[in-house]
Design a protein around this ligand. Structure first.
Ligand code: 13P
Length: 251
């Protein structure tokens, strides 16, 4: 089955109003000829501004987190899926390693947030990945297998049908040291196999993104992997030119 390519930007806690405006203007001008799907996930407070800037473009909007609680209520500081859908988002990044490591999000929280996305008609991009210590101890497949198992055990079936998985080796995030194309393809094939063990049809359609120091100069080689269906891009998504160069590498 041919799967669409998705190039997703994760701005993390970066950017300001001027940067949002410049990015939206330049990406809108530069993205017409692309065949890959494009998505940019900005801080909550800039989603509306990015939406205005991207009006008429084919770039979709996403958030980087959401509340596990579905219904509105007394959850000070939280933003629920319905609000994000209302603001024009189509996707939400869930369970990024920074949220797992810094904010203590467990597999159970990640699963609940993925379910909360789908309850609001949003697509969850669920992140998985191993630390350098785990890779060097030959635990990569055990760690990723456990993260996939938790997702399948804890999420609703309706959620699994909507999920995109992002493989983000923690040692490659923000380090300039990407996984090699062979490492990325190897892990993606493993992840697709884990999913196939549970649902062969879903395994064929699920998009598997690679994230971790994706740049214009390594994107094409990474995308050559048969099981690499795009990228989740951090630093290189903050400027339109590098984001577009990566998207061009995807076709
Ligand atoms: P970098 O592309 O900056 O390594 O970040 C990757 C990432 O964490 C995307 O979610």
């Amino acid at each position: 089955m041919s799967r669409r390519m998705l190039i997703a930007g994760n701005w993390k806690m970066n950017g300001d109003a001027a940067q949002v405006d410049a990015f939206a203007r330049d990406v809108t001008q530069g993205s017409d000829s692309l065949s890959a799907d494009l998505l940019v996930c900005v801080p909550f407070v800039y989603i509306e501004r990015m939406k205005q800037g991207l009006a008429g473009s084919r770039v979709a909007l996403g958030a980087q987190n959401l509340a596990a609680e579905v219904d509105a209520g007394a959850f000070t500081g939280e933003v629920n899926g319905a609000m994000l859908a209302d603001t024009g988002c189509s996707h939400v990044i869930v369970g990024h390693s920074e949220r797992r490591a810094i904010y203590g999000e467990t597999d159970a929280v990640v699963a609940a947030k993925a379910d909360a996305c789908v309850a609001a008609n949003l697509k969850p991009i669920v992140c998985v990945g191993e630390t350098l210590e785990q890779r060097e101890a030959d635990e990569t497949e055990a760690v990723l297998g456990a993260q996939i198992a938790a997702l399948f055990e804890q999420c609703d079936a309706a959620t699994l049908a909507q999920v995109t998985i992002a493989y983000e080796p923690i040692w490659a995030i923000g380090t300039g040291r990407s996984a090699t194309p062979e490492q990325a393809q190897g892990v993606h094939a493993f992840l697709r196999g884990q999913i196939a063990d549970r649902d062969a049809t879903l395994a064929q359609s699920v998009q598997l993104l690679y994230g971790g120091s994706v740049k214009p100069d390594n994107a094409a080689a990474l995308f050559a992997g048969a099981d690499v269906d795009g990228a989740l891009v951090g630093g290189a998504s903050l400027k339109a030119d590098s984001f577009l160069d990566i998207a061009h590498a995807a076709g």
